[in-house]
Ligand binder design. Sequence first.
Ligand code: F6R
Length: 236
Amino acid sequence: MLYIEVETYEELSSKASEIIASVVKSKPESVLGLATGSSPLGTYDGLIRAYNNGEVDFSKVTTINLDEYIGLTPDNDQSYRYFMETNLFSKINVRKDLTFVPDGCAEDIENECREYDERISSLGGIDIQLLGIGLDGHIGFNEPCDVFVKETHLVDLDPSTIEANARFFSSIDDVPKQAVTMGMGGIMGAKKVLLIANGKNKAEIVKKAFFGPITPNVPASILQLHPDVTIIYSKN
Ligand code: F6R
């Protein structure tokens, strides 16, 4: 595990985007595992800049996202598909048909989850998985639990996650209570993992997850077992 602490969110974002860009430069047909939330916004801006400067070409890249809320359609501005379109996909030359986000409106969610895992396998796995971390230690929406769940699955969001994500919605009652998330198998199967966390409020969970015991009660702690994981933390 490589643990890097930097001073500012800008430094964190430029390091993270450089790491992802270098994966794409060395393998143009990379499979990028992507995340939403506030943490990756600066990283995505860095990738967009690299694309605009002609440094990175995304035309052969496939992306596969971690999660999606149940019941939000792609045109809902709080859906993770919408987030990805707005903050990254529409600003780089990735092929839309090679971008994957779980379908939180699928009629048969179990089947959607199975197909998502089959897709990850058929792509040959993920070259680099970008992660944020929740205040309760979740990665994707793998919430604290008694076991690490391997497969993509339906989750009930933890009340603390609903509260944390209420900042993006007009009221806490509008936050979906469930989501589909990639499981630990997909995440741990990635060749490289890059986790970014910023802000003083993340300091305690970062310490617990990466310097404490490995337990499904702190889901991110499983990353201590990954052979190629980089954590970048900035206080600000
Ligand atoms: C989002 C995701 C979540 C977030 C986490 C942190 O796709 O997988 O695990 O990374 O909730 O969110 P922010 O970055 O908003 O603090």
